[in-house]
Design a protein around this ligand. Structure first.
Ligand code: NDP
Length: 254
């Protein structure tokens, strides 16, 4: 069991006030980690904190915009001042834009790239610096997508960003392995959350998912928990720069 034991570790999960991030925070807490839940909406964050605290998990909260480097630095300095070191970073905060490329404005493109990809770089950079200085290694888990490796119409900006997440994960692994830091990614398939609810509600899209996915269903946030715990735990200590797709087999047939 020590292979999957996170007792004594602290995990910061960006975008964990709900959806996939919350499920991963809960899973990491159940494996023994102290978790820091994060988002911008303080009401949603407080609800997440309360739910985890009621389940007797060790939980802290932080709130900042992942596209704002100065805000990231302030939040991490605040954790430093409290003597809180991050052992596990899950870069999960993200947004989706469903628009054909020719209708996507430069501003929209930039926002999708900033929120999904630049945030991964900025968080990784500032947290890994601290991990390296501390000399006790660490784990970085970046949340990509099925779109990290395959394109579909109307998600061009998102696909570019998530493809970048897969590749920056390899760069992180290449640069940080010597410091005992493993960086890996997870590529979720179609999972039911607030982000995808509009797609669930479209009968033709819903039918496509059910008929096309070998598992014949949407994923749920809980489907990600085993993979994030594995990538945060000693069990994956020689796994580095990889992406694991959690998609019910969809990438194999898409
Ligand atoms: P949700 O929309 O449910 O949650 C997104 C989270 O990110 C929220 O907690 C939100 O918090 C936070 N967030 C968004 N933008 C910012 C920002 N600028 N600064 C800080 N926090 C931010 O999405 P999901 O749970 O569905 O998705 C989570 C991740 O998984 C995303 O990266 C997404 O691309 C990826 N993914 C999701 C799939 C799915 O099918 N659901 C499939 C593949 C990948 P707040 O609103 O409080 O700011």
């Amino acid at each position: 069991m020590t292979l999957f034991d996170l007792t004594g570790k602290t995990a910061l999960i960006t975008g964990s006030s709900g959806g996939l991030g919350y499920a991963m925070a809960k899973g990491l807490a159940e494996a023994g980690a102290r978790v820091i839940v994060h988002g911008r909406n303080t009401e949603k964050l407080e609800q997440a904190r309360q739910a985890l605290a009621e389940a007797r998990h060790d939980v802290l909260v932080t709130s900042f915009d992942v596209t704002d480097e100065a805000a990231i630095e302030r939040a991490l300095a605040d954790l430093d001042a409290q003597g809180i070191d991050i052992d596990i970073l899950v870069n999960n905060a993200g947004i989706q834009l469903r628009k054909p490329l020719v209708e996507t404005s430069h501003e929209e493109w930039q926002k999708v790239l900033d929120t999904n990809l630049s945030s991964t770089f900025l968080m990784g950079r500032h947290v890994a610096r601290r991990m390296i200085a501390r000399g006790q290694g660490g784990k970085v888990v970046n949340i990509g997508s099925l779109m990290s490796s395959v394109a579909r119409p109307t998600v061009g900006a998102y696909t570019a960003a998530k493809g970048g997440v897969r590749l920056i994960t390899q760069s992180m692994a290449a640069e940080w392995a010597e410091h005992g830091i493993q960086a890996n990614a997870i590529g979720p398939g179609y999972m039911i959350t607030e982000m995808t609810q509009p797609l669930v509600d479209k009968p033709e899209f819903n039918d496509w998912i059910i008929n096309r996915t070998p598992a014949r269903r949407w994923g749920t946030p809980d489907d990600l928990v085993g993979t994030v715990v594995y990538l945060a735990a000693p069990a994956s200590n020689f796994v580095n720069g990889q992406i694991i797709y959690v998609d019910g087999g969809l990438l194999s047939v898409i």
